[in-house]
Design a protein around this ligand. Structure first.
Ligand SMILES: Cc1ncc(COP(=O)(O)O)c(C=O)c1O
Length: 396
């Protein structure tokens, strides 16, 4: 008999840590993942804010099938006119401020970061980049240089020079912007520190300082975008408009897709000296664009966006009696901060045993991640919160 999938996983798949979750998943539908043994898991993490419209939505599956039947990859990015790319770019930018009118598609979030940082350097002729502590913009060398956590960076040096990192939400980062700054890259709500909303004057102050010094403001909405915070994008809530917007994760409706978005004139900087100075083979894959367009249509349909804050509030209300942990929340995106990583790990393990899939955060390993598919029902929310409460009481 051949090796089991578990043994093959053990033998042939590269791990990112010593103890991967290693659940064997056969299929996924709506808010649930289904294991090989038929056991169902209510998904509280959406593949880290990717499957915002739930799993295997029939309209997204059909869009994928239809596009695959027409054509898949045909040529490197940016040479041919491909309907799924152009249709999605038009629809997306119709929902963004007018200076965010042009889309450069890539494959992932980290590539969106890389592209934006290169674009900022070319557009301004400057080299310095400002970012913030506990920020995560991706794992490739450029994005890692902007990451606000020394623990994750120290063994990969030398990284890219000219990166300066300041306290998130504080005046020091605003004061540091000067005539050498090419760009400031910031998450409008910090994800991996465990859902941190900055003080209300932070983003306006960054915008004003970037305007004053002629540098670019880059918003990383890779995790906050597509309804996660209760708004289509955080821009819709605070009204502060970046020069470059980074999208990925839910952008592809469950398929790999990233983008950096800005003004048409800005992108001219990448067209010359050298030509082809930033290229990608698979960026804007037609099947990913078709899936993303279908998912974006679903997000904008009916009352879904308007329902998200109430769903988040239901989580918060149901968990208000939670012993041992405190919650931070923005929209349908939450972190329950427990006393330690070990405690949180045990919570995650026991929730999983009861059919609830959760996770922790990169820079807040003591915090339990809640980022369910956006169409999650009230009954599913109640199951999730009852399970968390039950496990929490058991461990008290
Ligand atoms: C805020 C943020 N930026 C960038 C990235 C990198 O995206 P990707 O994993 O697609 O490269 C992530 C991924 O978790 C993220 O959360």
């Amino acid at each position: 008999m051949g090796l089991s999938a578990r043994q093959l996983f053990q033998n042939h798949i590269a791990f990112t840590n010593d103890a991967p979750l290693a659940l064997e998943i056969e299929r996924a539908k709506g808010s649930y993942l289904f294991g090989k043994d038929g056991k169902s898991y209510l998904d509280l993490i959406s593949g880290i804010s990717v499957s915002n419209m739930g799993h295997s939505h029939p309209k997204i599956v059909k869009a994928v099938q239809d596009q695959a039947a027409k054509h898949m990859h045909i040529l490197v990015y940016g040479e041919l006119i491909q309907n799924s790319q152009t249709a999605y770019a038009k629809t997306l930018t119709d929902h963004l401020p007018s200076n965010l009118n042009t889309v450069y598609y890539v494959n992932s979030g980290t590539e969106a970061t890389e592209g934006a940082l290169k674009l900022a350097k070319r557009a301004t002729g400057r080299t310095d980049i400002i970012s913030f502590k506990n920020s995560y913009h991706g794992s490739t060398a450029g994005a890692l240089s902007a990451m606000g956590d020394e623990h994750f960076k120290q063994n990969y040096r030398p990284l890219i020079p000219g990166h300066y990192i300041y306290e998130y939400g504080a005046e020091e980062g605003v004061a540091a912007i000067n005539g050498s700054t090419a760009a400031v890259i910031v998450e409008p709500v910090q994800a991996e520190s465990g859902i941190r909303v900055p003080p209300p004057d932070f983003l306006p102050a960054l915008r004003a300082a970037c305007d004053k010094w002629g540098c670019l403001l880059i918003f990383d909405e890779i995790q906050t975008g597509f309804g996660r915070t209760g708004h289509r994008f955080t821009i819709d809530e605070h009204g502060i408009c970046p020069d470059i917007l980074l999208l990925a994760k839910a952008l592809g409706g469950g398929m790999p897709l990233g983008a950096f978005i800005g003004d048409k004139h800005l992108f001219e900087a990448l067209q010359t000296r050298p030509i082809l100075g930033h290229i990608t083979t698979f960026g804007g894959h037609p099947v990913s664009c078709a899936a993303g367009l279908a998912a974006f249509g679903l997000l904008n349909q009916g009352a879904l966006l308007a329902s998200l804050e109430a769903k988040g509030q239901r989580f918060e209300d149901n968990l208000s009696e939670l012993p041992l942990g405190c919650m931070s929340r923005k929209g349908l995106w939450m972190a329950i901060h427990f006393k330690s990583f070990e405690f949180n790990q045990e919570m995650i393990k026991r929730c999983l045993e009861r059919g609830l899939l959760t996770d922790w955060f990169l820079f807040a390993p003591n915090a339990l991640r809640i980022a369910p598919p956006l169409p999650i029902s009230n009954e599913e929310i109640d199951f999730a919160t009852n399970t968390i409460l039950e496990v929490c009481h058991e461990m008290a």
